[in-house]
Design a protein around this ligand. Structure first.
Ligand code: NAP
Length: 306
């Protein structure tokens, strides 16, 4: 058998690299297994100004790099590889990767969650230039502008509410004729006087201007017939998120009905020595500050075990 790490952390976002910092600093032999590059979803965010310590805000990519460097300063290492499956009840725990197997006494799962794409043509090319997935992150760029929010659940409605306080006008585009969101949020949104509801409607395509930004959205009805073009500045897609738990099928780890790993503030899962941190675990507020708190909590729990 290859080397057995004290701690392997799956995912190099803010939760993962905070866990790595605490783990390496506590003297544990620590490895971060990251699929792509540090920062996770945070790295896709332009300016983050709700993470304390940066009076001018900080771009997500830079913050991700800084978090990686902080952990590596204490000896944590990063291996760029994808975890394909995990045997978490074995001793030591075994991770099957695209580059062979890894073994650890403790596994901290920090693989995150991803916003669902709508699948519009060119959608991924305009992320950050009019296409957004997080109103609380990017809404402030749309002060006194016109935006659309796609979706009808709690995320879409709370995003639309937030944007209605900043933007001049908000279109809520929903494929049903009623909201799925909880009444407390729906009632507040229905009362907002700068929100127009487009029921039984879906986004069909968007157009862009000479600056390479979104300029309009074409709306179709649910039977596919084009209804109208809306002139606007931004589109917020809020149709749910997907936790990155595919590699955990057959691992025995307990997930909730949305696919998030069931874990409380102590980040302990149903399997001893396995912890879930950041956006991948069941929690109410998914932010960088709550993710980094989880990373610290997980390593504290590992210390308690020892
Ligand atoms: P959600 O509840 O699954 O709602 C997704 C919404 O997007 C639904 O209205 C759905 O339409 C629509 N949708 C899905 N795919 C679509 C597509 N391809 N095209 C157009 N519309 C599409 O997701 P969520 O709102 O992100 O919420 C996820 C979880 O987080 C929920 O449990 C929610 O309660 C929770 N949450 C809580 C709060 C809070 O309490 N403050 C805030 C945000 C989220 P249909 O209705 O037709 O299916």
């Amino acid at each position: 058998m290859d080397k057995v790490y004290d701690t392997i952390i799956i995912g190099g976002g803010p939760a993962g690299y905070t866990a790595a910092l605490y783990s390496a600093r506590a003297g544990y032999d620590t490895l971060v297994a990251e699929k792509l590059s540090s920062g996770g979803q945070m790295a896709l965010t332009g300016i983050i100004d709700n993470y304390p310590g940066f009076e001018e805000g900080v771009d997500g990519f830079t913050l991700g790099m800084k978090m990686q460097q902080s952990a590596e300063r204490f000896g944590a290492r990063t291996k760029y590889t994808e975890i394909l499956s995990a045997d978490l009840t074995a001793s030591p725990k075994r991770l099957v990767t695209t580059d062979g197997e890894l073994y650890a006494k403790n596994v901290i799962i920090a693989a995150g969650a991803y916003p669902r794409n709508l699948g519009l043509e060119g959608e991924s090319d305009y992320i950050g230039r009019g296409i957004h997935y997080c109103a609380h992150c990017d809404g402030r760029f749309y002060k006194d502008k016109e935006v659309a929010v796609i979706g009808g659940g709690n995320s879409a409605v709370t995003d639309a509410l937030y944007l209605s306080r900043l933007a001049k006008k908000v279109y809520l585009v929903h494929r049903r004729n009623e909201l799925r969101a909880e009444k407390i949020y729906s009632d507040a949104l229905l009362k907002a006087d700068n929100v127009e509801f487009l029921w039984n409607s879906e986004a069909e395509s968007f157009d862009t201007n000479e600056q390479g930004r979104i300029s309009s959205l074409r709306i179709k009805d649910t039977k596919g017939e084009t209804l109208r073009d809306i002139t606007l500045d931004g589109i917020f897609i809020s149709i749910g998120r997907k936790p990155a738990t595919d590699f955990l099928r057959d691992s025995g780890i307990a997930l909730d009905k949305h696919g998030y790993i069931i874990a409380g503030e102590d980040t302990r899962t149903n399997i001893r020595g396995v912890f879930a941190v950041g956006d991948i675990r069941t929690k109410r507020l998914r932010q960088v500050v709550t993710a980094v708190a989880d990373g610290a909590a997980a390593v504290h729990e590992i210390g308690e075990e020892l």
